[in-house]
Structure formats: C-alpha cells, structure tokens
Design a protein around this ligand. Sequence first.
Ligand code: ADP
Length: 228
Amino acid sequence: MRRDFVANASHELRTPITVISGFAEALCDQGDEKIRAPLEKIVKQTERMQQIIEDLIILARLESKASPLMHDRVDLQEVVEQVYEDALILDHGRHEIAVNVQPASIMGNRVELQMAINNLVTNAMRYTPEGGIIEVFNSVDNDGVHIGVKDNGIGIMPEHIGRLTERFYRVDPGRSREQGGTGLGLAIVKHVLDRHNASLHVQSTPGKGSVFRCDFELFDEEKKEKAA
Ligand code: ADP
C-alpha cells in the first residue's frame, strides 16, 4: 500500500508542477525586473521538485512486480563508455574524467545498469571539487564482475557508509541540495543491483576520495572457464 501510495502521489504531482514551472518560466522571460528574482527562485525550486518526483517514479517502477527484469547480455565496456560520454557533456570540463575498461559482460538490463552507473558518476561530480579526477571502471576477477566509479573528492566518514542507500539519507543535506541532489540516487542504485543479484561496495577516506563498486556474480560458464 505504501509503495502504491508513493507511486500514485508522484504521478499526481507531476502535472501540476509542470504547469507551475511552465508559467514561472514564461513570466521570467517577460522580463519584469521587479519580480524576476522571486520568479527565478520558483523556477529553481520547481525543477528540484520535478527531479525528486522523477526519482520517486523510477524507484516505484524498480520496486514494482509489474516490471520484471529483462535479461539480456550486457557488454560492460559499452556501458562504461556510454556513461563516460554522458559525463563529459554534463561535467562542462570541471573534472578530469577517465575510463579504465576490460572486456566483460553480465546478464541484465542495460538501461537500468547505465542509469545506476550514471548516478554514481553524477555523485562523484557533485562531491569532488573542481579539478579533481573521476574514473569510471570495470574489471573481472575470481570474485566476479565489477563496475564502478572512483573519485578523489571529499570522501565520507565511516559512520555514514552503511546508511547511504537509504532514501533521503545525506551526509550533508545542504551541500546535496545545493548541488542538485535528491537524496535518492544511491537508493536507485541499490534497487537496480538487488534486481541483478549484485551488491554495492563503498570504500572511502574523508578528504581523499571514494570508490563505489558494483559487484556481480560470475556466470556458471565463466566460473568453469576460470577454473580450467
Ligand atoms: P544525493 O542526491 O544527495 O547525492 P545519493 O543517494 O546519491 O543522494 O547519495 C547519498 C549521500 O551520499 C549524498 O548526499 C552524499 O552525502 C553521499 N555521497 C554519495 N556519493 C558520494 C561521493 N562520491 N563522495 C562523497 N559523498 C558521496
């Protein structure tokens, strides 16, 4: 019931907020200087609300039994490269963005996986000061297949790490909001990984940086290959 309520409420809010945002933008463009500043605030806040609603709708979909996981072979090297290209556009040159790829694939849903890794990169951009280095990587070893993001940003104190995937949990709510965060990105990542039988591993040192790594199981055929 709670799940349905959140999904329905998010859908109901979508249209009125789009209307408010449309009118506010139109009024802003009309250029009455006296009311420009408050109108710009309305536009900014409605954008934030839209982002939160979109993330709540994504979470509701991921939780819904009506949308089972499509199982295709997903080339992780392609996922990393696509995420990298999107990151270059979004980042506007604020960071040095690098990739480190190996041939690897897993069974799963490409769109969901790309969304999850995109969320990790967006976080790395948000919590790494300008000029920092962000690396998108994938790798394979005896423990399984991995894909993730590494940054040399602000890092996270150990007491927060176990709670980061809770909805709306933020280490610094002010900083997250200022950077356009919804507090839902890692909850989305966790849901996508749960649907893939995978897990999120976070390693971080305050002031030095973080690694967010998604761990997938090896397929039976790959286990056999490794054993041979
Ligand atoms: P948000 O929209 O606030 O970024 P997320 O669910 O994506 O929400 O992340 C939860 C919190 O985890 C963030 O508010 C931030 O405090 C912390 N966090 C996530 N990624 C990083 C990172 N790469 N470096 C430092 N802190 C991070």
